[in-house]
Design a protein. Structure first.
Length: 75
């Protein structure tokens, strides 16, 4: 018995809505970082789907991260 596939068209509005998902969940950085680190360490492919996503952080965390970025590890 041959498989039959149906093709459904997606309206432009639906397509745009799915690509522009607005953040709707707050999560503690302490809960998020271990999961992201594990996914990176174990090379989970799904993580690459989110690498271009933006996250919002507090201004003070942003300043600390910018300062940290400028530091070079000592030898």
């Amino acid at each position: 018995m041959a498989a039959h596939l149906k093709v459904y068209s997606v309206s432009e509005e639906t397509d745009e809505a799915s690509t522009m998902t607005r953040p709707s969940v707050n999560i503690r950085l302490g809960d998020l970082l271990p999961l992201v680190a594990m996914a990176e360490r174990m090379h989970f492919i799904w993580l690459k789907d989110f690498l271009d996503d933006e996250v919002m952080v507090t201004e003070d965390l942003y300043e600390v991260m910018q300062a940290f970025r400028g530091l070079r590890p000592s030898a």
